[in-house]
Design a protein around this ligand. Sequence first.
Ligand code: ARG
Length: 459
Amino acid sequence: MSLWGGRFLDESNKLFKRFNTSLSFDYILAQEDIFASIAWSKTLLEIGILTQKEQNKIESALISLKQDIYENPEKILKSDCEDIHSWVEINLIKKIGELGKKLHTGRSRNDQITTDLKLWCKKNIQILLESILNLQKQFILVAEQYHDIILPGYTHLQRAQPITFAYWCLAYVEMLKRDFSRLEDTLKRLDVSPLGSGALSGTAWNIDREKLALYMGFSAATNNALDSVSDRDYVIELLASASISMMHLSRFSEDLIFFNSSEASFIELSDSVTSGSSLMPQKKNPDALELIRGKCSRVYGALFSILIVLKALPLSYNKDMQEDKESLFDAIKTWNNSLLMAILVLKNIKLNKLLCYQAAEKGYSNATEVADYLVKKGITFREAHYISGKIVLHAINETKALKDLDLSEFKKYSHLIENDIYQHITLESCIEKRIAKGGVAFNQVQKAIKKEKIRLNIV
Ligand code: ARG
């Protein structure tokens, strides 16, 4: 069933009909379409297209339609309507007859679809904001639980300097804070109502679009109808926010996959988020994390897809734009599921304190400390770096850690080195010294955790 028979003499080709329909995926906008239609009916009442009685009847029928869908969402999929807007209108007409045919006065599916989509984005942004906060909370809880665990920090995947697990957690909390604020920003810009823009040049009825926007909970109405029906910037922004956040989740996954590897064994993942091998009985694979890493790419795909759909698309609405939805819906679901999965992984993580510590002790991750020690004794940093490098080379040849070198071995490279070198190069000392803002020092980390607990309302 379609809404546009008048101008046509022939039936649509069946294959074309199937190619053209968006109902199989835009049916999830049913609640939004009904919500916006109720607001529109109020506007029609204000300009005298509907009487109060008629508006009441339309509103009640739309509410009962909403109830029908709530009870049986699959119901929509059984129809052969072109899209969700047609489905709602046709089913309204089925319920109340001729009166239902008044609803589309002054409205176009072009302003309807972008209104519905914005409402859907607003609803889902709230869900995502909540999930981001919950993941931050989980990071803080494990940071607190494992605050005293020292492990190697890496650059180029080479042991670089020791850090603590809590500090690593706080790094991800910072990334998530940016993800949160990016989403809030996206929300702020998309929170303007396009309804009442008509097909492209505005509606011929003198409606109060600002009032209509407020009915739907938007903060204002858009300024230019041509732009309003053409605009999908908010889809791009939302997918860009999703992509950046998925990149963070993917790096988090990669870090943990490495920490969990047999070679590192810093952590053990819970049975509840890992799976076994059908062949090798000893295996416990980090599937949840590998899937987050893998799913990051489909979110990027959604972003590229909408960017390419819109590039070189003439104003205003073109059917190409129907391609914005499937990948957006999929990407948002994927993002939220990945956030939930990250929470689950962290909730049950176990750390191996001893192995973390032993790994941090290996790899000369305290070599910077030797250089800094020499600087304190009056040598320039570049010279100190050179001497420390020589000492490391010597230690490598002797297969010793720096702390296991005798004082006489140190002295071969600089007579300035005294017995106090040993207390300078302990892992704890490496950490304690980094007290400047943003450093890994235990008390800095404790302070940060305390601050985050207050911000996140963790009691
Ligand atoms: N199904 C369409 C979409 O998703 C709705 C807008 C249709 N407008 C039109 N003039 N055919 O973009």
